[in-house]
Design a protein around this ligand. Sequence first.
Ligand code: SF4
Ligand code: SF4
Length: 320
Amino acid sequence: MTGLVSNIQKYTIHDGPGIRTEIFFTGCSLSCLWCSNPETIARHRRLGVYPAKCVERGKCGWCVRDCPEGGAPIVFGADDRLAAIRETPECLACHRCAEACPSRAIKTWGEEYTVGALMKIILQDRGYYERTGGGVTLSGGEPLLQAEFCAGLLSECRRERIHTCAETAFNVPWDDALKVFEFTDLIITDVKHTDAQKHREYCGAGNALIFENIRKASKLGIPLVIRTPVIPGYNADEANLRASAEFIASLGSSVAAWQLLPYRKMGTEKYASLGIEYPLGDYEPPERAVWEAELLRLQAVLSSEYGVPVVAGSADALTL
Ligand code: SF4
Ligand code: SF4
């Protein structure tokens, strides 16, 4: 069995306690307007195109040489550099162009790994995990869409006594979540909007299944970190945040922290490389001084009125 992984990041410190290895799985069942990992949304491999890295077709041309379609889907600009790869029916999605490119102007997002191959990478940093209380975090995309694989991976981590964390948007069947949670020490999830219609509009699906799954997860005895990306004009109004606080308060003591996160425009280059329009590309987030003050105000109001463990921002590493 293999898992489709978009990216592996070592030495991360914000998604779980201590120093961690974070594995980003390919495929998601939501499509949030503010997603900073667009390469993880599709459930299959994608080609990323980086024209500035191309050394010119006349000097190289290896992508065209190895393409079984004679390079027909590969578009070059007037400067003879790579401009795009058209996802037309004639592109076989074989990714031979990416394998051939010596300068990584064409990149494959999404690679198959076995549990054994990932464990080799994870175990390289066992010393860091032991010294800092860190471990492994599964992220994405939506890791629980590959539940069997993730359960196998986390059971191996457990066997090696490595702390495990699963980050999920929870828009998945509960039975799949349970398979993975059998081997999970910490769950990270989001409450993005309490209004079902707005949730559908902003994230591509309603919130009923998500909220139901969060309620069920809160009864498992596994610490839960809940996050809300606070985005003025979308979900930052006080009515929504108060409704979120009410919901989170109803979950009881399993909620270790509710992090209010500022929106930061990230992933712009990745959207461009995939040829996807960034839905919030023209959106200008507030200045740091403005959002910092607002998040601190919300932290004070929501924690005192609802008794929930609100944290403003993600600057502090999680200590659980
Ligand atoms: S993915 Fe395959 S068919 Fe498509 S452009 Fe690349 S080499 Fe050609
Ligand atoms: S293989 Fe890469 S560097 Fe060479 S022409 Fe194609 S895109 Fe450019």
